[in-house]
Design a protein around this ligand. Structure first.
Ligand SMILES: Cc1ncc(COP(=O)(O)O)c(C=O)c1O
Length: 380
């Protein structure tokens, strides 16, 4: 194992959030956290809406257009090809609804896929699940395993851009190109990429969706769907409202009287990362996650997983017999939270689940040190 120097804390990082200081929040990847300036931007929008609802709602199409343009330029996306959505799960449903499927067609997913997203596929077609050994050494091994699982009826591949439990790149550019060459429509779950990858939108994907509310510092309920030109006309709102005739993207976004303040404040989240220095934030977060994983890997029975360099999340396998079911994983997670005041993701897997730690600018090396020192007591 490579030994790295202890990373330093991000100057002023914790003060930029309003997180409970009594808890070590090592699970940014699940729900994100909103920096104070972004909370205040959303609060100002709510105040404006309460002061003159007519003025606020009557101008919404233009305001969405403006906010969407700001998001597109920060993500490096085509502004005509993205729409605001509420979350990654909604993105999966919108994308899969826009792909014509015949009886007998299959959707390929992997066993690293997120539950609600995989369920969206299962609602529409027969699902082929590729088992990806978490210890597969690299992107090429992942690519070969996915391609080997294609059948003559595979019409769609629904793949994580970066997987949640195992925290690694799955939908590599090469895999997406190989799938396109075989006539397979690709849907990429980028829940974790805005804020973690310098180029968050998967190039070459037919559909990509990503959460702004995880690593993008945006309010909860803020995500985007990016659609390749050939598919845009087929994308329909899940719950149509006014402006359906205007098509993608406004028809997907406009929901009449709902709270749009998260989307309107979302550009402030991405702008905030840039104001701190995107590369600096990413490097800091990745170094902290790597430090945490190195400490945990010293615990007998834990196995560090192969990882994608530069990501702010790292996963390890727990000893056999631990977190083998969803209930057991949730019980261990809650026990750690209650007794150690530490939030981490514990994921279930038959034969032994896993544990994931994240790095964020509000975290300090001591939080990982304390967690690694205490974890063996929870596994005994
Ligand atoms: C890879 C992945 N996809 C989808 C989701 C679901 O995100 P949301 O709750 O925003 O729908 C998550 C949430 O953690 C995730 O990690």
């Amino acid at each position: 194992m490579t030994e790295h120097a202890t990373p330093s804390a991000f100057p002023g990082g914790p003060g930029l959030f309003r997180l409970d200081p009594e808890t070590a929040h090592l699970n940014h990847g699940s729900y994100g956290a909103v920096p104070v300036p972004v909370q205040e931007a959303q609060h100002a929008l709510r105040t404006e809406a309460h002061a003159d609802p007519d003025a606020f709602f009557n101008t919404m199409p233009d305001r969405l257009d403006h906010a969407r343009g700001r998001i597109a330029s920060r993500l490096g996306a085509d502004p005509a090809g993205i729409s605001f959505i509420s979350n990654a799960t909604e993105g999966a449903h919108l994308a899969l609804d826009a792909i014509p499927l015949a009886p007998g067609d299959e959707i390929l997913v992997t066993d690293h896929g997120y539950g609600t997203v995989v369920a969206a596929a299962a609602r529409r077609a027969r699902v082929t699940t590729v088992a990806l050994d978490p210890l597969l050494p690299d992107e090429d091994a992942v690519r070969e395993t996915v391609l080997a699982a294609l059948t003559p009826r595979t019409r769609v591949a629904l793949l994580d851009h970066v997987s949640s439990p195992t925290a690694r790149l799955i939908a590599s550019p090469r895999l997406l190109a190989d799938l396109a060459a075989r006539g397979v429509t690709t849907v990429v779950d980028g829940a974790h990429t805005p804020g973690t990858l310098a180029r968050p939108v998967a190039e070459g994907a037919d559909f990509w969706f990503g959460n702004l509310h995880k690593w993008g510092y945006a309010p909860s309920g803020s995500a985007v769907l990016a659609v390749a030109p050939a598919h845009r006309a087929a994308v329909r709102a899940l719950s149509p409202s006014w402006h359906e005739d205007r098509g993608f993207p406004l028809a997907v976004e406009y929901r009449a009287t709902v709270d749009y303040t998260g989307w309107l404040a979302a550009p402030e989240g991405l702008a905030f990362i840039d104001s701190l220095g995107g590369d600096r934030v990413r490097a800091h977060n990745a170094a902290l996650a790597a430090y945490g994983a190195e400490l945990l890997a010293r615990i007998p029975g834990l196995t560090a997983l192969p990882h994608t360099e530069g990501l702010p999340m790292r996963s390890l396998l727990l000893p056999p017999g631990t977190a083998e079911t969803q209930d057991a994983a949730a019980a261990l997670r809650e026990e750690i939270a209650a007794k150690l005041r530490t939030r981490v993701l514990v994921w279930a897997r038959p034969g032994g689940g896993g544990i994931r730690v994240c790095g964020q600018i509000y975290n300090r090396p001591e939080e990982y040190e304390r967690f690694a020192a205490a974890l063996p007591g929870f596994l005994a």
